[in-house]
Design a protein around this ligand. Structure first.
Ligand SMILES: Nc1ncnc2c1ncn2[C@@H]1O[C@H](COP(=O)(O)OP(=O)(O)O)[C@@H](O)[C@H]1O
Ligand SMILES: [Mg+2]
Length: 289
């Protein structure tokens, strides 16, 4: 209850500051294959963005898989599904992770988020909409593969960070993701991240080839976000259930993540160009009808 009030007050003070309206840019994390490092990236990237002064909220839409919780060794008291079923306010179910990172745990109960009744869906959108002006960036982690649910989220987002490893199978699946999404909406903003590379050069070459293929076969411009090293600190931190960015801040993976966060923050376009959480909800509800 107290926590609920604190959130309300903070939100109020946010909305009261003139000219301090936040972008609430919605960024989804996508991949073809599972196990390419999406959840680890989401969590640690969020922490790095926070270091650059960004207010971040992470939403775990990998319903049924308590991925992000496990990665930070947390046991959330409430989750997205509790929010919807028990009509809880979003402020009461937002959990605090390391560094005060705010996240909404996925929970389980529905096979899909889109099996909700119309009433539940309206409630979900209403609560999600409250994040407007509250966060600078809303990062949405999705499950493995391009489920209908994930597709809709990507189609509604401001940016899609597409993660692949340099393996040809992973690259081929990532290409399919671009192809499928692009066939449904031409204006999507893809940022390619090649994860687990042995050398930067290898990663950037693979990214360059991917970009060329997308350009020539789909006539689509895709941005190269970067390449993350294959780093044993990531695996070690997964075993310890602590984010590698905090446990091993000087590891190669953390150093690269910091560069990526800086690149991302500097590249955030003007507010006008971002649909934000309101635009996300508008697009998502259109896709559901
Ligand atoms: N940069 C990296 N270097 C080394 N191992 C990594 C890296 N990124 C991910 N991994 C490994 O891959 C596993 C799966 O990562 P995860 O983030 O859960 O993938 P996803 O969410 O895409 O299924 C992790 O447990 C970790 O061992
Ligand atoms: Mg995951």
């Amino acid at each position: 209850m107290l926590q609920d009030q604190a959130y309300h007050l903070r939100r109020l003070s946010n909305t009261l500051k003139p000219g301090k309206e936040k972008h609430s840019r919605v960024v989804t994390i996508a991949s073809g294959k599972g196990g390419v490092g999406k959840s680890n990236f989401t969590l640690n990237f969020a922490l790095s963005l926070m270091e650059f002064g960004q207010k971040v909220v992470v939403i775990d839409l990998d319903i049924g898989m308590a991925n992000l919780d496990i990665l930070m060794g947390a046991a959330p008291k409430a989750n997205l599904m509790d929010m919807i079923r028990e009509r809880k306010s979003i402020w009461s179910v937002l959990e605090k992770g390391p560094l005060g990172l705010e996240y909404l745990a996925g929970g389980s109960g529905f096979h899909s988020l889109f099996q909700m009744t119309g009433e539940e869906r309206d409630y979900f959108f209403e609560e999600l909409g409250k994040l407007h002006g509250y966060a600078d960036v809303i990062l949405i982690d999705t499950g493995a593969g391009l489920t209908i649910e994930a597709q809709r989220c990507h189609l509604a987002a401001d940016d899609i960070i597409l993660i692949t490893t340099p393996e040809p199978t992973s690259m081929a699946d990532a290409y399919s993701v671009v192809k499928i999404l692009h066939s449904q909406k031409k204006s999507l903003s893809f940022h390619l991240l090649v994860n687990r590379v042995s050398h930067q050069r290898e990663g950037m070459e693979a990214a360059g080839k991917f970009k060329m293929a997308v350009q020539s076969f789909l006539n689509k411009e895709l941005k190269i976000f970067g390449a993350m090293p294959d780093d044993s600190h990531v695996t070690k931190s997964v075993l310890k259930q602590v984010p590698f960015y905090l446990e091993y801040p000087r590891s190669p993976a953390s150093a690269m993540l910091k560069k990526l966060a800086e690149r991302f923050v500097n590249g955030i376009p003007d507010q006008q160009e971002s649909g934000g959480i309101k635009g996300f909800i508008r697009s998502l509800s259109k896709l559901l009808h």
